[in-house]
Design a protein around this ligand. Structure first.
Ligand code: FAD
Length: 331
């Protein structure tokens, strides 16, 4: 049963990725007064777009799928607002210099003009404070107080949604030991992403490919997605194993190694790179998931959500945030 409007109280959401934003939207619709805090410069978290020297790269999430009917209304709203379109790129499997078309019938969606459009659309109209890293939660009588990296306190809140990658959530939920123990079981995997703009078109007969030859796991021609500049920008993702053993590479070293690996995997010469960089995602995907849609300690009012709850994808992140919000709204 939903509580009457206005009685849900004040809720803080730490993390403006898709799970935190979905939770915030659902809580706001249910009558809560919601404030969101994120350490980054924009909303969207791992669904993001990097722009550099006139080039654009979706360096985190590449696309998303909609398998659960519960996710359909979210996708419909994004599409209606123009923030999402279908990506009809040619998807392949690449192995030992040979590509073969991916035989699946998966419908793939992307944010327009970049993946960061998803977070921007969800954040519209919400009370969002950016550039604010929350360091700890403190109990203040019957309320929660959030203390940020500058020592400033944000309060009072009856409930708190922690919507950050599990390993980063553990220290935040320390005042609620059962939650900290549950989240401590989750394991996340890292990913180096190389972002390379080529002078000319790459001789590949696909726009995105799942790669079997380590160190690469996925490569994509960013400009093949709707609404992107036509420039020949590629995103090259490394496997978790390769990344884990090379976390301390410099961005230049990682980009160089992955571009070279792309050359080998493709079995063809690459045009000259006119821009090259890399981004290290420490918490990119989920190794060991929580195994349920969210974690919530009703007595304290603190809950946690994210893609790591059930499988590490955009769809699961949104549904995790929505499910936690629904639990918080119920008496
Ligand atoms: C390289 C890569 C490729 C991917 N490919 C795909 C794909 O093709 N398809 C797909 O469906 N999914 C993909 N994903 C996964 C997808 O991006 C995630 O499932 C989804 O974006 C997770 O959303 P989230 O809200 O759970 O977490 P996040 O997006 O990580 O959001 C967490 C937010 O919390 C903020 N934050 C963290 N700590 C604090 C703090 N202490 N204080 C304040 N703010 C804080 C962060 O800045 C961030 O904005 C990929 C991810 C990566 C990295």
């Amino acid at each position: 049963m939903k509580v009457a409007e206005g009685t849900v109280g004040r809720v803080a959401v730490v993390g403006a990725g898709l799970s935190g934003l979905a939770a915030a939207r659902r809580l706001t619709a249910g009558g809560a007064s919601v404030r969101i805090f994120d350490k980054a410069r924009g909303p969207g978290g791992r669904c993001s777009t990097r722009r550099a020297e006139g080039h654009a790269f979706d360096h985190g999430a590449q696309y998303f799928t909609c398998r659960d009917p519960a996710f359909e209304p979210w996708v419909a709203q994004w599409r209606a607002s123009g923030a999402v379109e279908r990506w009809r790129g040619r998807i392949a499997r690449l192995e030992a210099g040979r590509s073969r078309p991916d035989s699946g019938r998966t419908e793939r969606f992307v944010g327009v003009p970049g993946m960061s459009a998803l977070g921007r659309a969800l954040a519209r109209g919400l009370d969002l404070t950016l550039g604010c890293r929350i360091e700890r939660l403190e109990r203040d009588g019957r309320h929660w107080r959030l203390v940020d990296a500058d020592g400033a306190a944000h309060a009072p809140f009856e409930q708190v949604v922690v919507a950050v990658p599990a390993e980063q959530a553990v220290p935040l939920v320390e005042p609620v030991p059962d939650l900290a123990v549950a989240l401590g079981q989750v394991e996340m995997e890292p990913c180096w992403a190389a972002l390379v703009a080529f002078e000319d078109r790459v001789a590949a007969d696909f726009d995105g490919a799942f790669v079997s030859d380590a160190p690469l796991s996925w490569v994509a021609r960013n400009g093949s997605k709707p609404g992107r500049p036509a420039a020949e920008c590629w995103v090259l993702h490394a496997t978790p194993d390769w990344t884990r053993s090379r976390l301390e590479l410099s961005r230049e070293q990682a980009a160089e190694a992955l571009r070279e690996a792309f050359h080998r995997a493709l079995g063809a010469d690459l045009p000259r790179a006119v821009h090259q960089d890399a981004h290290r995602w420490r918490y990119a995907s989920t190794g060991t998931a929580l195994g349920r849609p969210f974690a919530f300690d009703r007595a304290s009012g603190v809950g946690a959500c994210g893609d790591w709850c059930e499988g590490g994808r955009v769809e699961r992140a949104v549904l995790s945030g929505e499910a936690l919000a629904q639990a918080m709204l119920q008496t």
